[in-house]
Write a protein that binds this ligand. Structure first.
Ligand code: 13P
Length: 255
């Protein structure tokens, strides 16, 4: 049985320690009894110091990106070693905003992924298609290509540590959520590819989150689907009330 996992990707919001703390002070008591769901928040780098208040809670800390080198002349980049020193456990890689705005390729994400795994971070790897690609019937081709490139030379054992976030780009920040059926179909296809590349057992172990306008009113219907193991949440993760309701939906639909 896969334990659902709900992540809050704060993107470029709540970036001061005070601003992040304010939200977490409200969130922590609301979710402290929710043991059947893994909870992660990924604030901006500048607010990762909230690690100290998360230590004694059931909320884990994630980073939104990471570079593949440990140190050197890489202006503006963040080393995996720095993240480790801040008690970061999860790292989001290949978010569509990184792919589209910062031109991150599958090859680059694959390089980062290998380093993240070698340093025992739990990677949350994002994939997903553009609206034009969906309209042209190319959703599966895009998913396949992204998975082939991003998971190149990743072993079976490593794959089982990775969390995949299926985030159709047309649903991100638009309020237009994929229907539970659309999301489920994509997740089933992701598992088919994992079966082809590894085996059934691995395909059944990997947790696949759905991301793209997950809100309190639609979370439960999405998470009820057999192959949707929680969500990666943007906008609705910025406020404690809405994020806690989404976490509760995952808790209620677990097992
Ligand atoms: P929204 O929930 O704001 O659509 O963002 C989704 C997302 O990109 C999470 O990584």
């Amino acid at each position: 049985m896969r334990k659902p996992i709900v992540g809050g990707n704060w993107k470029m919001n709540r970036g001061t320690p005070e601003n992040a703390r304010e939200m977490l002070d409200e969130l922590i008591p609301k979710v402290k009894e929710m043991k059947d769901v893994d909870i992660v928040i990924a604030p901006p780098f500048t607010a990762l110091s909230v690690a100290s208040i998360l230590k004694v809670t059931n909320i884990k800390l994630g980073a939104q990106n990471m570079f593949y080198e440990e140190k050197g002349a890489y202006t503006g980049e963040i080393s995996p070693l720095f993240l480790r020193s801040l008690d970061v456990e999860y790292v989001i890689l290949g978010h569509s905003e990184r792919r589209n705005i910062f031109n991150e390729s599958n090859e680059l994400i694959n390089k980062k992924l290998k380093v993240a795994l070698s340093m025992d971070f739990i990677p949350i790897v994002c994939i997903g298609e553009h609206l034009e690609e969906r309209k042209a019937g190319k959703t599966k081709n895009v998913i396949k290509e992204q998975m082939e490139g991003t998971f190149k030379e990743i072993t079976k054992k490593e794959m089982e540590e990775i969390i995949i976030a299926y985030e159709p780009i047309w649903a991100i920040g638009t309020g237009e959520t994929a229907t539970p059926e659309q999301a489920e179909d994509a997740h089933i296809y992701v598992r088919e590819i994992l079966t082809e590349k590894y085996n059934d057992n691995t395909a059944n172990r990997v947790r696949i989150q759905y991301g793209g306008s997950v809100k309190p009113h639609n979370a439960k219907k999405l998470f009820e689907k057999d192959n949707i193991d929680g969500g990666l949440v943007g906008g609705a993760s910025l406020e404690a009330d809405s994020f806690a309701s989404i976490i509760k939906a995952a808790q209620e639909t677990s097992n």
